[in-house]
Structures are given as C-alpha cells and as structure tokens.
Ligand binder design. Sequence first.
Ligand SMILES: [Zn+2]
Length: 244
Amino acid sequence: MHTTINKPMFLQATWNAPANIHTCITTSVNNFNIASHVNDDPLKVANNRTKLGEILPASPLWLNQVHSTEVVQYSTSSSITPNADAIYSEEVGKPCLVMTADCLPILLTNQNGDFVAAIHAGWRGLINGIIEKTIAQLSNYQAKQMVAFIGPAICQKCFEVDNIVFTEFKEKDPETCKYFILGASPDKYQADLRKIAELKLIRLGLLEKNISNRDICTKCNPQWFYSYRTNPKTGRIATLIWKD
Ligand SMILES: [Zn+2]
C-alpha cells in the first residue's frame, strides 16, 4: 500500500453496514498517534487530530478511557472528555471514537443505520461487561438486526496472561474458557479476546453472520499499528464511526 508524509493512511471497517454509516481506522503509519495521554509531543498529536478532523463531519467526543464499563451518549455527555469506554449516538454526523493499542475496538450499528457505537474492550472491560452495558443502552433496537465490526487488536498468540486473569474469566464467565490455551511458559495462558467478544455479542442476540471479526493483530503488524505489549509508551490508533 502507498502513503505519503502529508496524507495519513486511514483504513475502513470491512463489514455489512448500510450506506449511511461511515468508518475510519487510523494507523501508525508516519507515527500518526492520536492519543494525548501517552507522552507524545502535544503539537504533533494536535496536528494529527486536525488531519483526522478533515474527513469528519464534526469533532469526535474524546473519551478518557479507563477500562471501565461506562457508556456515554455523544450529545448528552456533561463532560468534554468523559471517563468512559464506550460511546454511542443516534444523531447524524456525530463521530464516535475509541483509541486502542492491542485492546479491541468494536463498532456497532444496525441494518437501518439507526445508531452508531464504538467500544474499547480490553480483557478487563470484557470480563466486567462493557459490551453487555453498551448493548443494554441500545435496547430500543433489536440485537438480531445489529451489525458489529471487531477491529485490529492483539492476536491470541501474542496475548499471554497469567493464571489470575484466566481464573477470573473462568469464575465470572466459564463459557469463555474455550478461548484460552496454554501459553509458552508455565502458568501462562493465551487468550483470544476477539473470540470472547464475538461470543458475548452472539449471546446478546447478534447473528454470527452480522459480526465481522478478521484476525488482524496489532502486535504482529508494527508497520500498521501500535502495540502496548510491544512498548507500554506507544501511541494509539483511533477507530471511528458516524452516520449521515
Ligand atoms: Zn499477534
């Protein structure tokens, strides 16, 4: 793929969303970090956000992501950077955005394009129910008509966790155990976060055929993405969705 210094490399979600739904996934190409909380040069981050803004109908509401299960609605948030890990909107032209570097970015809409939602889900958000809480906020809409995209995130082979994490999943949600395998070292497990997310979406009523879940690993593809597991001081990509 081709890119230039001046033109940031943006990707789009590959899924069966209706035509009024738009998506954007930024990359690490040309160090296009969009996070202001990772000790990057604030001017560079501001410049990257300006470039991202050029393709958007309005400013995103930037979340202060804290691995919580807080869900905010774009237009009713009382804070300019709410502490939350999911955001949704039923209005036209309101970009919902999450930042990630290995965690799962998940986008949601439905076959009518009635709403858009973006979720940041790491293992803690998954086990604590960020997906369930987001879908609960969207209870006006039928889950079987929802469409989901699970974006670039760390693959199972790259995501090794200790016994404490495995045990927490085993106790709180035994069905997720099938997505853990033994790791390379003793007492370590490799967790397939994207399959765990998919399991939860299906359990909530989404149809498997409406979930796009391609295994694109942020750690295996450093030329495209940031990886927190590779470097805890890394940048973030943004995954966005809006409707018109
Ligand atoms: Zn990987």
